[in-house]
Design a protein around this ligand. Structure first.
Ligand code: DX5
Ligand code: ZN
Length: 225
């Protein structure tokens, strides 16, 4: 299975980093019932980003629940040494890995290394990196992730300049590579990111910060143009 088969026309991806971890399985189950099939899983190493977030141990616990329903786990590696983590992520049931452009010397070789573990691959970049520079080395990836915040925490505000950066990225990338956006996606920004060219829209607090997560997920889909 690949992104091409996972994606319908556009996907809102709940970022599990913002979930209530005492009720993680229950919240995933609710979203699966709302027909969500792609979940975003943020691994932070306490070095590339300040916080230590979640990792393979948690991934392993939830993977059977997600996979049983035909869903996939999209792992965003906010870590300094992504290569080192690919085998563990694959073993724990991750379906794709997205590593950061800023920490890798040879992007095409790192993409190839992830594929050797049977993983789909994304390349993420921070607000300081130029979309064209990333696009120039990411043609073999399945997706490129344009960060619309500085990575690290859920609940930050969408940086308005991300809209232009998504457009530049969409123009610079081959058509078969998806554009993903992550950070501050809510009922207002989801449409702007979509119009700019993003088809994978990650949302943490806009879903899990609400009383009714299912409703919040559906609302975001409805807020798309
Ligand atoms: C943080 C993570 C995001 C985060 C998004 O750097 O990469 O995926 O959970 O959360 P929101 O949607 O609340 O900005
Ligand atoms: Zn993320």
């Amino acid at each position: 299975m690949s992104w091409r088969e996972w994606i319908r026309t556009v996907e809102v991806e709940p970022s599990l980093y913002a979930a209530d971890f005492a009720r993680l399985g229950e919240q995933i189950d609710m979203l699966l019932r709302a027909e969500c099939r792609i979940f975003h899983f943020d691994v932070g190493d306490g070095h590339f980003v300040e916080p230590i977030t979640i990792g393979p141990v948690v991934l392993q616990s939830i993977a059977p629940l997600v996979h049983r329903a035909g869903g996939v786990l999209d792992c965003h590696l906010m870590v300094d040494n992504p290569l080192r983590h690919f085998p563990q992520i694959a073993r724990a049931g991750g379906d794709s890995v997205t590593f950061h452009y800023e920490v890798v010397d040879d992007v095409p070789a790192t993409i190839a290394a992830a594929r050797e573990h049977g993983l789909q691959v994304g390349v993420a970049f921070n607000p300081e990196s130029e979309p064209e520079d990333v696009a120039a080395v990411a043609a073999d990836a399945d997706l490129v992730l344009c960060m619309s915040i500085h990575p690290g925490y859920s609940g930050q505000t969408f940086m308005p300049e991300a809209v232009e950066r998504i457009k530049r990225l969409r123009t610079a990338l081959p058509e078969h590579v998806y554009v993903q956006v992550d950070g501050g996606i809510d009922h207002e920004t989801v449409g702007r990111a979509y119009v700019a060219g993003a088809r994978l829209l990650v949302a943490g607090s806009a879903i899990f910060g609400r009383e009714d997560v299912t409703r919040a997920y559906r609302r975001l889909l409805q807020d798309l143009p």
